[in-house]
Design a protein around this ligand. Sequence first.
Ligand SMILES: C[S@@+](CC[C@H](N)C(=O)[O-])C[C@H]1O[C@@H](n2cnc3c(N)ncnc32)[C@H](O)[C@@H]1O
Length: 258
Amino acid sequence: MLNNRKILSDSMKEVDRVKYYNVSEIFGMLHNRLSQDEIKDHFRTGKIHGIKIEDQWYAKKEAIDEFEEEVINTDIYFSELHQIDLTKIQLKGRILDIGGGGEGIIGQFAGPHVISIDPSERELKEAPSDCVKIIMNGKDLKFLDDTFDSITLFFTMMYIPISDHNKVFKEIYRVLKSKGNLFLWELTIPKRPETDKDIFAIKLEVDIGDKKISTGYGTRWGKKFDMGHYLDLGKRIGFKIIEKEVNGETFFIKYLKD
Ligand SMILES: C[S@@+](CC[C@H](N)C(=O)[O-])C[C@H]1O[C@@H](n2cnc3c(N)ncnc32)[C@H](O)[C@@H]1O
């Protein structure tokens, strides 16, 4: 069955015209909700229907979707619906959206003024936004100092390991112009109650003016996590906090580079 095989990228293979994704691609497709080792275990136990090519596990899109629906989505605790009104937000000048793949909300909101970066080409391609999209990691921005007037992080930091948060904020501070603003939207993760759910997620309705977008973001339900971490992080890097707001299990912070 493994004839007509061709390599499409480092990760993806095509067998008899069907695309197969490897563990690291699946890790991204599942939005980092399982570790790569957990994904391999699910292959071994047959929960992900896959094939082995050159000793690596691969699965096709339908098998990954089926696994997500039948195994992962039953493992999610959803908080109640939250509304976010972006029409109140004044994004000025040249805007950099970090982690702008997925739904690409900021790109949809501020379109042609936005440069959207994300390390995942697939997430960028998925984003239905009319902006410049560049494959780039927030830890290593390829822009000169003092380039942007506004920088946004819309439910991106929750996907970046805490050990990298300082690096990302330092890079943001560097490429932001003096008097520029950083806008952050994030999730408050409450203390995990007695539950068998491993993932904490919110459902959102985001008002971008001409339409309301329904979306949701989830993360592994580990430690309790709140706004305090991002207030301290910003201050340590040199930002001033000029606005902060808690909205149920989400919060918003506006920072200023003075
Ligand atoms: C919840 S998703 C998309 C959120 C997105 N801002 C939106 O509007 O829907 C978070 C994104 O962060 C990206 N991401 C993960 N690590 C990153 C990093 N180090 N730098 C920049 N983006 C990152 C992921 O690839 C993913 O597309």
